[in-house]
Design a protein around this ligand. Structure first.
Ligand SMILES: [Fe+2]
Length: 366
């Protein structure tokens, strides 16, 4: 430093480098500790700590060090070295803040529209379904309104929602926010209706009347079927518990199949968690729908989704998969809040909704 003899060049360079080296070693050991404490298992508290350290505390320290190095430039002889350190700290800090913005704002509000097609000999005319899930909003606002605008623009024939409507900040009232959300649902008017199942976050809805939830029809532990000019569709909804327990789901599905043994029906099952599908690989079901996993929210290259909170294989936990006789669509969801204090971030797993087209087998275009 400026107070050391000019001959002690090496010592001065080491002193300048020391804060960056200490931060690097501290960051490395802290992250190894997060992993050893169960960040990837996952342990929700450790994940939250890791988020706070890596995306908030660390960039603040980097920018702070960068500014100190800039001030030091006035007093030192090693201008090049100190300038390099200042730029390194400032660029790394700002890049981390930019990354934080990306994972907390850009991906969570992207809401991609994914398109899937199922060809079937059970229908003679096509039908389009919007499957979406896990709005899980902490307060209904512009983002949620934009999602419903996208759905309206798709003009689906049928809307199927697989649970987790709201996850409110403590200050907000459920009824008030539910009214706002219901208003958005009322804007979309699919000709075959809107059906949903309960997720983990809306116990308040259990006591509401059918009228109070309209136009949504809750299908938890219920079935519904309809006919149209192109064929017959049968829907079966699982309760939250059934969706998480393949054996209980199977009992419910078998009863429904007995009541709808006519295989002419295009059969769709909805459950909040995808675990139920583990029991249905050989069942005469056409389509299984689920949410709950949020696609993992953080999808690490070569590792896969960080947390799926489900026993299904990771490759089932997000997207459209032929799991046997049925196809399974597990949507990454519209929202990014999760229970247990997980940070609402997304990386390599943006929010989404899915347009599924059921196309008669002889029709080549829709
Ligand atoms: Fe959820």
């Amino acid at each position: 430093m400026f107070f050391l003899e000019k001959e002690n060049k090496f010592l001065r360079a080491t002193i300048y480098l020391l804060p960056v080296i200490i931060l690097g070693v501290f960051s490395l050991t802290k992250n190894l500790r997060f992993i050893s404490l169960g960040m990837l298992h996952p342990n929700f508290d450790v994940i939250f700590e890791s988020y706070r350290f890596n995306l908030i505390i660390q960039p603040i320290l980097l920018v702070f060090f960068g500014l100190i190095y800039l001030i030091l430039l006035k007093f030192v002889d090693e201008i090049k070295l100190v300038l390099c350190l200042a730029l390194f700290c400032l660029i790394s800090g700002i890049a981390t803040f930019a990354f934080q913005y990306y994972v907390t704002v850009v991906e969570p509000q992207k809401c991609l529209i994914k398109y899937e097609t199922i060809t079937t000999d059970k229908l003679t005319k096509p039908i389009s379904i919007v499957h979406f899930t896990d709005i899980q909003s902490a307060g209904i606002g512009e983002y949620e309104a934009s999602v419903f605008k996208k759905i309206s623009a798709l003009s689906p024939d049928l809307i199927l929602y697989t649970g987790d409507f709201l996850q409110l900040n403590k200050a907000l009232e459920f009824d008030n926010q539910w009214e706002k959300l219901l208003k958005l649902f009322k804007q979309v008017k699919p000709r075959f209706g809107i059906y949903a199942v309960f997720g983990d976050t809306e116990r308040e809805l259990y006591s509401k009347s059918v009228e109070a939830i309209k136009p949504i029809k809750m299908l938890s532990s219920k079935s519904e079927s309809f006919e149209f000019e192109g064929g017959k569709v049968s829907l079966h909804g699982l309760s939250l518990y059934q969706s998480k327990n393949p054996q209980w789901a199977m009992r419910s599905v078998e009863k429904w199949q007995e009541a709808h043994s006519d295989l002419d029906y295009f059969r769709i099952i909805m459950g909040h968690a995808p675990d139920y599908a583990l029991a249905l690989k050989d069942s005469e079901i056409d389509l299984c729908l689920a949410g709950h996993t949020h696609g993992g929210q953080v999808n690490i290259p070569f590792f896969g989704p960080l947390i799926i909170d489900s026993k299904v294989p990771k490759r089932w936990a997000h997207g459209f998969t032929q799991i046997g006789l049925p196809a399974l669509n597990v949507s990454a969801g519209v929202g990014s809040n999760r229970f247990n204090g997980l940070p609402p971030i997304r990386f390599n797993c943006p929010t989404e909704l899915t347009l599924i087209k059921l196309v008669p087998i002889k029709t080549t275009s829709y």
